[in-house]
Design a binder for this molecule. Structure first.
Ligand code: 13P
Length: 250
């Protein structure tokens, strides 16, 4: 049985206190989630959020990135060991904003994936096509290449720890969500690709999340699709009531 996951990616939002208030509000206002809830907080918030999540059964902590080298002279960067030492369980890797603004390519992302796994954390690996690729109807091949190039060197044991997030770039922060059929088409294609590479059992147990303008109104319909196992949520994860409604939709 694969895990349902709703993960918030705060991106570069929320001061320290605002972040803690958000987490507290989400924790206080709800029933126990039916799957895992992950808070993707900024680096400087991680340790304090980890404290708030102590003893919580279904809540986890994610960083939004980490450096690909283990340690050394990389001024301003954050290592996987540092993230482990403050209690991160997951690391979001390969977000389209990192690919676009920080020139993260497939080879670098493969390195980051290896390091995150080696340190005992789980990658939430993002993939997704820009609008032009969608319009040329080559989106499935495009996403398949992203996964092959950064993940398919992994053995089955390591791959089983990876969470995949499909985030079409044209849907991120635009208010234009992929339809549930568009999401399902891609998620099913990803799962078929995983089955081909790692076998049906691994493919069946991999969580594949949808991201891109997912909100309190459309989460239920998206999550009802057979291959959509939850979501990676940007804007709507910053509002406790909206995030809670999305959690309840899983
Ligand atoms: P939005 O939910 O704001 O569209 O962002 C999605 C996203 O990029 C999550 O990683």
């Amino acid at each position: 049985m694969r895990q349902k996951i709703v993960a918030g990616n705060w991106k570069m939002n929320k001061t320290f206190q605002e972040g803690l208030d958000l987490v507290s509000a989400v924790l206080e206002n709800g029933e126990e989630p039916r799957g895992l809830v992950v808070f993707g907080a900024p680096y400087v918030h991680l340790q304090a959020v980890a404290q708030l999540l102590k003893g919580q059964k279904n809540y986890r902590l994610a960083a939004q990135n980490c450096h690909q080298e283990e340690k050394g002279a990389y001024t301003g960067e954050i290592s996987a060991d540092m993230l482990v030492s403050v209690g991160a369980d997951f690391v979001i890797l390969g977000h389209s904003e990192r690919r676009q603004y920080f020139e993260e390519g497939s080879a670098m992302l493969a390195q980051k994936t290896d390091l995150v796994l080696q340190k005992g954390m789980r990658p939430i690996f993002c993939c997704g096509e820009p609008l032009g690729i969608r319009e040329s109807n080559t989106h499935v091949q495009y996403v398949a290449a992203q996964l092959k190039e950064s993940l398919f060197h992994l053995n089955e044991f390591d791959f089983a720890k990876v969470v995949i997030a499909y985030e079409p770039i044209w849907a991120i922060g635009t208010g234009r969500t992929a339809s549930s059929d568009q999401a399902q088409e891609m998620h099913a294609a990803i799962r078929a690709l995983l089955a081909e590479k790692y076998g049906a059992a691994v493919a069946d147990s991999t969580s594949i999340l949808y991201g891109g303008s997912c909100n309190a109104q459309n989460a239920q319909e998206l999550f009802s699709m057979p291959d959509v196992d939850g979501g990676l949520i940007g804007g709507a994860s910053l509002k406790p009531d909206d995030f809670r409604a999305i959690i309840n939709a899983m």
